[in-house]
Design a protein around this ligand. Structure first.
Ligand code: NAD
Length: 286
């Protein structure tokens, strides 16, 4: 297998490190000289264009900021994609983009699988990510040796675009839980319960979530705020949930207030901050 990664930031760089550690012959492309340099230091081959990478790889992973970048990269490398190539898009992208790329693949003889991930850079580095897969079953089987190294768990949720739809729904819940657990802790404190004791109580009860069990102890109460996932990326995902609801005519009025907090009200928190910083937003302080 000749393996390539396009986009070697927090997530793609972590995946690259895990793949090189496990003996994969890896080729990387990233327009940032700093990130490209880090890949060379790992022992990966680097290229100066996505086309040069596509010419020599038969499995290509994408880890890009958003759907528009996925589409631009795909358009640029299309003439160089070899017949039989399997492309796995691990970016948090959009179902319609994956479906369009998969249709292009059917025309040009390559497969395009959506496989967005959870777990953050630490899990990317350790090979313990969770991946939600959408696409052709044979193409997913071709990817299996790579998936075994990169993930602790994969869930195939359906055909092309299904992975992204499921990831958008997951991140919608994560965004909502961060705001709500933050409010619950503020409420408990006002009533005289310490955040640590309140969290222990919630995590023993039915209100617990990934956010109360992982994010709060690891990144919020510790004051670390260093998860490697930014406010800007979560704001993108909140926008993706609203856009998907609009295109599918689904009412998300419960989520709408929380989306407004992420997208409009929290002007006190910048896009480059850690996404857990949303819990610091208190409308009473603004
Ligand atoms: P990042 O900004 O650290 O990395 C993105 C990389 O893409 C950068 O290195 C950038 O130089 C590169 N890039 C930008 N334009 C490019 C182009 N035209 N061609 C090739 N490379 C290009 O972002 P990240 O945190 O690694 O996230 C990547 C994707 O994974 C996003 O879609 C994000 O939503 C998703 N994601 C991130 C996390 C996390 O915890 N960071 C978790 C799950 C999913």
């Amino acid at each position: 297998m000749r393996l390539g990664i396009i986009g070697c930031g927090n997530m793609g760089g972590g995946m690259a490190s895990q793949l090189v550690k496990n003996g994969f012959d890896l080729t990387c492309f990233d327009p940032s000289p700093q990130n490209s340099g880090k890949m060379a230091a790992l022992g990966a081959t680097t290229t100066t264009s996505v086309g040069a990478l596509a010419k020599i790889c038969d499995v290509i992973l994408l880890s890009l900021p958003k759907a528009a970048v996925v589409e631009a990269v795909m358009a640029e490398m299309l003439p160089d994609i070899q017949a039989g190539t399997v492309i796995l898009d691990t970016s948090t992208s959009e179902p319609a983009t994956s479906q369009a790329m998969s249709a292009k693949g059917a025309e040009h003889g390559f497969a395009f699988v959506d496989g967005p991930v959870s777990g953050g850079p630490a899990a990317a580095n350790a090979g313990t990510m969770t991946m939600l897969l959408g696409g052709d079953a044979d193409a997913i089987e071709t990817l299996r040796p790579v998936l075994d190294i990169l993930t602790a768990k994969t869930v195939t949720v359906g055909g092309s675009g299904a992975g992204h739809a499921a990831k958008i729904a997951n991140n919608m819940l994560c965004a909502a839980n961060l705001v709500l657990v933050g409010e619950a802790i503020r409420l408990g404190q006002a009533a005289g319960v310490s955040p640590e004791n309140l969290l222990e109580g919630i995590n023993a009860g039915s209100g617990r979530s990934g956010v109360s069990e992982v994010n709060f102890p690891k990144w919020v109460l510790s004051d670390a705020f260093d998860s490697g996932f930014t406010m800007g990326l979560m704001r993108k995902d909140v926008g993706l949930a609203l856009a998907l609801a609009q295109s599918t005519d689904v009412d998300l009025s419960g989520f709408a207030k929380i989306a407004d907090i992420w997208l409009n009200a929290s002007t006190d928190i910048s896009d480059s901050d850690d996404f857990n910083a949303i819990v610091k937003h208190n409308p009473k302080d603004v």
